[in-house]
Structures are given as structure tokens and as C-alpha cells.
Design a protein around this ligand. Structure first.
Ligand SMILES: [Zn+2]
Ligand SMILES: [Zn+2]
Length: 703
């Protein structure tokens, strides 16, 4: 008779529950060592329904043990404390009155799990208590001296009556739920997962490899606890029928009615944090709400799904900063932690958003990323500063020295380093306060979140691929240098190129410092750094009005300087991200590559021009045009100077041909498709000693 009352498959979890919390005298010897969740309750359920034959039961038990061993082979058995959390320990058992009626009073092992709240065969919530004595059934094992009565309540009757309640539980009314509703779906998911507890749960939130079942259930439990403590009935409305929600509200008003075993832990922290809900309706809504979040497509969408809940938690007065979202729900998976953090993104301090990389839904905790300073220039690369700098409607940057602040922000992504240390590492002289203010400005900007996102992607790209330039070495070698180009050489060239050449070579020095180190000109040696706003403005103008011949000379000079230091790196560089990395992002500045050098050059009129006019022609911002002109110098000089410009460009080559290769002036003129006089003048101007005419008698003279 005992076999009917308590099927053999019932025993392991039954015993497990005893070890967890409730005294079950007399059962311990049967099931010591059985691990609750390693036991597949679905299999147990099927066997209890159809079992009964002795040999069949024996085989079933053998299968269980084999499954247990298999499960343990793949995954080490979790510690008892972990089991307890996963099992969401509760005492006694729920039941489906219809299943009890169908099976002649057999109890399913799965009903003992707090995760079981509904019968997916009969589409009802499981019943928590005997309607007559209001006790949780099977809290204690049945006394051996009394004969169990299948399908009837075996709890002790209230004082003064018969020893047992014996109410027919099969007559208990149960709350119906929609067969295809969210609650039934959640129960089916749980039943399926518990059937193969060793198999990872492959929900998209947990990445391609999925997560172990106990991790997913722990997440669901943590979220469920938040739901029970903080959700409003309005928010839960779409999840469950109104009578289920009414039961939930009654339960929440009096969460631990008589008969529950109050855990001493429950006195601390959240009311519901350690005790499984004593009401199937509460469990059903909590688990279903949790699954809605955990079944999101990715961390960002899980964040959107959980935002109503974390907003409620925050409204309750709990401080939520990145450090303690974890404390919200006990130990949770990195994926859920990231989703909770992302859900609070707009409320997080901007620097925390960078450190925790919320923009990309990161699960990676911040770590030491100071090495990135080697591959970061002091001022973010012009290409990226153009795209990422927020600007006022006038086109003026929303912050001074934005390119330096952006570089610091890029170093802070995923990094634990303090702001003042990041400032020092990038070589800038802005203050920590400047950085914080700038980040706050960014987060107020309509595209600020996308700027932070891009900085994180850039940082990840640098961490993964590095850079061909060691900016720390460049800064160390060249920051204190007062001169980069021989002023006479520069001024000599100026006379060739410009009708009103500049008085000195200081802009050229600035340009070389700026280009070689990646640092803004105002951080150069005091001898060349622009000190006043007017000087800075003149230097900016110099950069975009530079002529191709000038740029060529300066690049050549920069290359030579690097060679002299044995630096085998490109003069300049900027990271390129794959196209998809920035898809769907709205950045404050234009894509620098959206206008080609050819299109720029076609748009420039033959002579002088204004940047504003050019921006209108190219339908972009003046900042974009300034950037393009600095990158792809345009020959805007009048025709007279354009001729001489070509001469200036080529005269070094002509001299080489003339002196080293002994070509004649005429041969050079033919080769260059110009006049002999032009070649002759150019060589004379750059100091070449001309040979007397006819000094190579064998060479044919032009008639
Ligand atoms: Zn049922
Ligand atoms: Zn009863």
C-alpha cells in the first residue's frame, strides 16, 4: 500500500526536500544522496501514471540512476546550497485534483518543486492547500501505523476532531488558465527543461552556448522575487487572467499565511527572497514574468523587457548603480546582470556606462585596460572626432577640446582606471571635471548614447587589433621638441607657392608636431604651441588651406624624422571599423568618407573659395569640409602659382635627373611635357649648378 501512496519515483525529490528544509522522519535512509534536479520529474510523472508493476518500477529506478550518473558526468553536482536556491525550496506538495482523480490518488514528484504551478494536461493552477483544513498537503510523511487513503488529505485534523482530515482532495476547485496562454507556456518550458536537466538551456539571451539549467532557473527566481516584491497589478495585467492576478494580490497582501514555515532568512532583505511563494498563482505570475524577460533575443531587448521592473525597484528607493544591480536578486548570470544594468542605462553615471559598456549590452565586468593608451592619440583621430563631436546648431563643438575628451572617454571604455589616471595616460591636460562634464553633455545629446556606443566599439577594436603606431613613444620623443623643419627650407618653398608667403615656419612646425604625435598643437613645445585663440584659429586655417606641395614637403619631413629615430611606422593612421559595427547608429557628425577626394577637388573653384560655400555645394558641414581639405589638400592657387606649384613639386626630382642621371634639360622637359626654360629656371632657383651647353658631345641637340 505504501507503493501506491508514494511511488518510488517520488522518493528522491521527496528526500531532497527533506534535506532542504522540512522534517520527514523515516525517509532519509531511502534516498540519501539523491540530487533533486538531477532527477527528471517528467519521466517520474509518466512512470507514476502508468507504473505499478514491480519489475517495471525496478527498471524505471535503474534508468533514473543512470540518468543521474550521466548528468553528473557532464556537470559536477552543484553544492547543496546551490541546489537549495535552484529548487526554490518549499515544503509539502501542490496537486492537480483532476490528475489525482485520474490516477487513483497518486502524487507526482514534480508537484513538490516550487517550479510546478500549473497542470498542463488539465490547464489549471495546481492547488496549494486542502480546502477543508487549509494545510499544505504532505508536509510530513504519513504515520506508518495508519492506513493512507489515496486522494484524501492526510494532514492532521484540527483539534477535537478525528486524527486525519481525509477531505477528498479530488473535489478541490482549481483556478483555470488558458491552454495557450503565457502561464501554461511557462510551465511547459519548465517541464521540458527539467526533463533534461543536464542539457544547457539555449535561450538567445545566454549566447550561442546557452546556459546550464540551474543558472537559468536562478535568474528566473531572482526576477520572480523582484516581480513579487515590486510589480504593480497594472504591469502584470497582460500576463495572466484576472482571477489569477486577484489571487496574487491576496497572496502579496499576506505572503506567509499560517502553515508556511517561515525561514529566519526571510526577515532580512526582500520579503520574498528566500521562501518560494506559497501560492501557485504567485509562482505562476512571477515565473512567467521572469521568462518574458529571459527569453528576449539579446541583452539589449531583455533590458527593454525588464525596464518597467527595475524602474519600480528604483522607485521604491533602492539605489541602483552598476555595483549593486547584482544585489537586486542574489547571484545572477552575467547576461541577466548586463540586462538589468542596461535597463538602468539612462540613469547611470555616464562614466559607468562606458566602464560597463552598457551600449553594447556587455556581460564583461570592467578591468584594467590602461594598455590602450599606447594606441590612442591625445586627440581622438580627426576622422572620429568629426563623427563623434556633438555640436551646437551653429556648428560650434558642444565642448572645447572635444577631441581630447573623446580620447579619454575611449580609454575609459571597459576600464577600471580612475578618470584622472586616464587623463594622464592619454597625455592631455584637461581636468577630470572636464571629462565628467563632457560625458554628461554627451548623455544629454540626442545621439549621445550612440557616441558612447561607438567609443566602446572603437575601444574593443583597438584592444583586439592594436594600432601600427605607438602613440606613447611618439609623445615621449616629440612633445618636448621645439623644431621639426628647417625654417629656411619652408620659407624657400613658400616663395615658390604663394603670392604672400607667411612670415615664419611656425605653422609648419605645429603641423608636424600635430601630425607626428596625434596631439593637438597647443600641447607642443612653448616655442611653437599656439597660445592665444587667434593663433589657434590661424593654425586651423593653415591646416585646411595647405597646398598639395606644402603637404607633400611636410609629410616627407615627418617621414624623415621618424626614420631618423628608427621608427618603422606609418606617419599617420586611424582605425577603420567594419561597416556593420556602426549600422543603425546616429552620430552627431557626418561620415568623413561620404565625400571622396575627387568630389571635393571638383567642387573647389579654380581660385580662392570659402569653406561655408564649399560646405553648401557639397551639402555637408563646414567641419567636414575643413577635415577633407586637411586630408586631401586642394590646389586653390591662381594659375600663375599653380604652374610654379608643379615646379616646386617636381624640382627636386628634376635636379636628381640632371645631376645623378645626367639627363639634359631638354630630355627632362620632354619627359615632363614642359618647356626647357621652365626646367632651367627651376634648377637655377633651387641652386643647381648648370652644365655648359653641349658638354655631352655625343648627345643629339635639338634643331
Ligand atoms: Zn492535472
Ligand atoms: Zn485537509
Amino acid at each position: 500500500m505504501a507503493g501506491v501512496h508514494r511511488g518510488p519515483s517520488d522518493l528522491p525529490v521527496h528526500g531532497r526536500a527533506r534535506r532542504i528544509r522540512s522534517p520527514q522522519p523515516g525517509d532519509g535512509h531511502v534516498c540519501a544522496g539523491a540530487a533533486g534536479l538531477d532527477h527528471p520529474p517528467h519521466a517520474g510523472r509518466t512512470r507514476v501514471h502508468h507504473g505499478g508493476h514491480r519489475s517495471r518500477r525496478g527498471r524505471a529506478r535503474g534508468d533514473d540512476l543512470a540518468a543521474l550518473r550521466r548528468a553528473r558526468g557532464g556537470h559536477p553536482a552543484p553544492a547543496p546550497a546551490g541546489d537549495r536556491r535552484v529548487l526554490w525550496g518549499r515544503a509539502g506538495s501542490r496537486f492537480c485534483p483532476f490528475c489525482l482523480a485520474d490516477s487513483g490518488g497518486r502524487w507526482l514528484v514534480a508537484w513538490r518543486l516550487s517550479w510546478s504551478f500549473a497542470c498542463t494536461r488539465h490547464h489549471v493552477l495546481l492547488v496549494d492547500r486542502c480546502p477543508a483544513c487549509h494545510r499544505v498537503p504532505r508536509l510530513r510523511s504519513h504515520p506508518r501505523r495508519e492506513t493512507p487513503r489515496p486522494g484524501r488529505c492526510s494532514s492532521a485534523a484540527p483539534d477535537g476532531g478525528p486524527p486525519r482530515c481525509h477531505h477528498p482532495l479530488t473535489d478541490t476547485p482549481a483556478t483555470a488558465i488558458p491552454a495557450d496562454g503565457d502561464l501554461a507556456e511557462a510551465q511547459r518550458l519548465i517541464d521540458t527543461a527539467l526533463t533534461t536537466p543536464g542539457r544547457p538551456v539555449r535561450w538567445p539571451l545566454y549566447g550561442p552556448d546557452g546556459a546550464p539549467l540551474n543558472v537559468v532557473l536562478r535568474d528566473a527566481k531572482s526576477l520572480g522575487v523582484l516581480v513579487l516584491n515590486h510589480a504593480t497589478p497594472d504591469a502584470l495585467g497582460p500576463l495572466a487572467p484576472s482571477d489569477v492576478l486577484e489571487r496574487l494580490e491576496r497572496y502579496r497582501a499576506d505572503p506567509l499565511p499560517a502553515g508556511s514555515q517561515r525561514s529566519p532568512d526571510a526577515l532580512h532583505g526582500d520579503l520574498h527572497s528566500h521562501v518560494a511563494p506559497g501560492d501557485a498563482a504567485a509562482t505562476a505570475v512571477a515565473v512567467t514574468a521572469a521568462f518574458r524577460i529571459l527569453r528576449a533575443e539579446n541583452i539589449r531587448s531583455a533590458a527593454r523587457a525588464v525596464q518597467w521592473l527595475t524602474d519600480r525597484v528604483a522607485a521604491s528607493g533602492r539605489a541602483l548603480h552598476p555595483g549593486n544591480v547584482v544585489a537586486l536578486g542574489g547571484v545572477i548570470s552575467p547576461a541577466l546582470e548586463a540586462a538589468l544594468r542596461c535597463s538602468r542605462e539612462s540613469k547611470l553615471m555616464p562614466v559607468a556606462r562606458l566602464r560597463h559598456r552598457t551600449g553594447v549590452g556587455s556581460t564583461r565586468p570592467p578591468s584594467d585596460r590602461d594598455n590602450r593608451a599606447c594606441v590612442l592619440p591625445t586627440a581622438l583621430w580627426p576622422e572620429w572626432a568629426l563623427r563623434l563631436t556633438p555640436r551646437h546648431a551653429s556648428g560650434r563643438p558642444a565642448a572645447q577640446r572635444a577631441d581630447e575628451l573623446l580620447a579619454v572617454a575611449c580609454l575609459l571604455a571597459g576600464n577600471t582606471t580612475p578618470i584622472h589616471a586616464a587623463v594622464r595616460l592619454t597625455g592631455t591636460t584637461v581636468s577630470s571635471h572636464n571629462v565628467s562634464t563632457f560625458l554628461a553633455t554627451l548623455t544629454r545629446h540626442p545621439n549621445g548614447a550612440d557616441v558612447l556606443h561607438t567609443l566602446i566599439v572603437l575601444a574593443d577594436h583597438l584592444d583586439a587589433h592594436g594600432a601600427p603606431i605607438d602613440y606613447i613613444r611618439r609623445r615621449a620623443l616629440f612633445t618636448a621638441r621645439p623644431q621639426f623643419i628647417d625654417a629656411r627650407a619652408w620659407l624657400e618653398m613658400q616663395r615658390w607657392l604663394r603670392s604672400n608667403p607667411g612670415p615664419d615656419a611656425v605653422h609648419a612646425q605645429r603641423w608636424l608636431f600635430h601630425t607626428i604625435t596625434g596631439s593637438p598643437a597647443h600641447l607642443a613645445h612653448p616655442a611653437i604651441a599656439p597660445a592665444t585663440p587667434a593663433q589657434r584659429q590661424h593654425y586651423q586655417r593653415f591646416r585646411w588651406r595647405i597646398l598639395p606641395a606644402e603637404a607633400e614637403l611636410l609629410h616627407h619631413t615627418a617621414r624623415t624624422l621618424l626614420d631618423e629615430h628608427g621608427i618603422d611606422e606609418p606617419v599617420q593612421w586611424a582605425p577603420q571599423l567594419p561597416v556593420h559595427a556602426l549600422r543603425d547608429l546616429q552620430l552627431p557628425g557626418p561620415d568623413p568618407y561620404s565625400i571622396s577626394a575627387d568630389r571635393l577637388h571638383q567642387a573647389v573653384p579654380g581660385s580662392d573659395f570659402s569653406v561655408a560655400q564649399l560646405a553648401r555645394t557639397l551639402e555637408t558641414t563646414t567641419a567636414h569640409v575643413v577635415h577633407l581639405l586637411a586630408q586631401h589638400p586642394v590646389d586653390w592657387s591662381p594659375p600663375r602659382f599653380r604652374r610654379t606649384q608643379r615646379t616646386a613639386n617636381r624640382s627636386a626630382q628634376w635636379r636628381l635627373w640632371y645631376e645623378r642621371d645626367h639627363l639634359s634639360l631638354q630630355a627632362i622637359a620632354d619627359r615632363e611635357d614642359t618647356s626647357l626654360a621652365a626646367i632651367r629656371l627651376a634648377l637655377l632657383k633651387n641652386g643647381t649648378r648648370l652644365r655648359p651647353a653641349g658638354s655631352y658631345p655625343g648627345r643629339p641637340r635639338r634643331k
